[in-house]
Write a protein that binds this ligand. Structure first.
Ligand code: ZN
Length: 159
């Protein structure tokens, strides 16, 4: 596995729409592993293809909750059954040193292919649902700062 360079807001690749994966090749599998490694290295909870310059519909997610599902690699994720609404703070590895309040569904279902091409479907709520929405937005060139309700600035004295 290898660390990949993160693309930062202002890089036009973050604004492009990613293509579906048609063949799950070893190259895709290696990319997913690299994405997980890069995500853990930067202390993130999710990462999408465009953030490392790969315009394919692939994301990795790990909510780090004790009762969470652990690391997830998702190919061609599709979000269904968005329910409820929840406003909470969000940040992004591609938008350093900023945070904001973003409205997301309270729960959802996501369908995707795993790295072996098997069709999967999971229900997610709370933080996990938020991360999945955030990462899928990346695949459509959307950053959370485009849709946040308000920016949250750190208190005086914090960094
Ligand atoms: Zn992000």
């Amino acid at each position: 596995m290898a660390l990949r360079e993160l693309r930062i807001d202002g890089d036009p690749i973050l604004r492009k729409k990613s293509r579906e994966v048609e063949n799950i090749t070893d190259r895709i599998r290696v990319t997913l592993d690299d994405m997980l490694e890069t995500m853990y290295h930067t202390d993130g909870v999710g990462l999408a293809g465009p953030q490392i310059g790969v315009l394919r519909r692939i994301i990795v997610v790990d909510d780090r909750e004790e009762d969470g599902p652990g690391p997830l690699k998702m190919i061609n994720p599709v979000i269904l059954n968005r329910e409820g609404s929840c406003l909470d703070i969000e940040g992004c590895l591609s938008v350093p040193n900023r945070t904001g309040m973003v409205e997301r569904p309270e729960s959802l279902t996501v369908e995707y292919l795993d790295e072996n091409g098997e069709e999967k479907s999971i229900e997610a709520e709370g933080l996990l649902a938020r991360i999945i929405c955030h990462e899928v937005d990346h695949l459509d060139g959307i950053l959370y700062v485009d849709i946040m309700e308000e920016e949250i600035f750190p208190e005086e004295g914090e960094d």
